[in-house]
Write a protein that binds this ligand. Structure first.
Ligand code: BG6
Ligand code: MG
Length: 221
């Protein structure tokens, strides 16, 4: 294992929940619908545009809005998200993550971010982890969002590695699919039935360590 490719939202900090709160507010105000709690899993990992399209489908309003109206909804969602995101600090880093990053760095393993979020650098700055990563893949530079492999391939490329030399960490089914399609090894964090395509699933970030990741890597290779 030469590199670890990290998803951000829901893996490093609890911003997955903030994204869903922001979408729920837009759905309520602009579409007059309530998003059910389990819809959060459908939205995890996918881009802003893919998310609004799924929500419009769910609302049965797929063809009812102009692209300018959709753009306004996307802006509202991001404004709401940024307001919540601004409250984050280093207390919002998930348990075990700082330790894991330090262990990996000491072992000479390269660390790269493979997030779909255009806000990833801002979130990492808020929680004080931006300097711990060797690279951040830019989601606006890849052709296809998760579940396509592009962002994990780009995150590996930015640290000069082939994806098969890396483990990818994900909380989203679309993200696990993206890691596997990129030909990296997938460790899922969360519910094992949602993340069933991962090579290994742990219930939360407390379970992550250098030795766990090395064991998974060596057992799959
Ligand atoms: C992913 C989140 O990391 O980023 C999604 O899991 C989100 O919920 C996506 O929609 C895009 O984020 P942003 O910040 O660019 O709107
Ligand atoms: Mg995520």
């Amino acid at each position: 294992m030469k590199g670890v490719l990290f998803d951000l939202d829901g893996v490093i900090t609890d911003t997955a929940q903030l994204h869903f709160k922001a979408w729920s507010a837009v759905a309520k105000n602009d579409l007059d619908i309530s998003l059910p709690a389990n819809f959060e899993n459908d939205l995890k990992g996918i881009s802003r545009t893919d998310s609004i399209n799924r929500i419009l489908d769910f609302a049965g309003k797929a063809d009812q809005f102009s692209s300018a109206e959709i753009e306004t909804m996307l802006d509202k969602k991001n404004t709401y998200y940024l307001k919540e995101m601004d409250k984050l600090d280093n207390n919002d880093i998930f348990p075990g993550i700082t330790n894991l990053l330090d262990q990996l760095k000491q072992a000479g393993i390269l660390l790269s971010i493979a997030s779909a979020s255009k806000n990833a650098p801002a979130v990492l700055t808020k929680i004080g982890l931006i300097d711990k990563f060797d690279a951040i893949a830019d989601p606006s530079k890849v052709a296809h969002g998760k579940p396509a492999p592009d962002i994990f391939i780009e995150a590996a490329r930015k640290i000069n590695l082939d994806p098969h030399e890396c483990i990818g960490l994900e909380d989203a089914a679309a993200g696990v699919q993206s890691i596997k399609s990129a030909n990296a090894i997938a460790v899922g964090i969360g519910n094992s039935s949602v993340l069933s395509k991962a090579d290994k699933v742990v219930p939360s970030t407390d379970y992550l360590s250098l030795s766990l990741l090395e064991n998974v890597y060596n057992s799959v290779k």
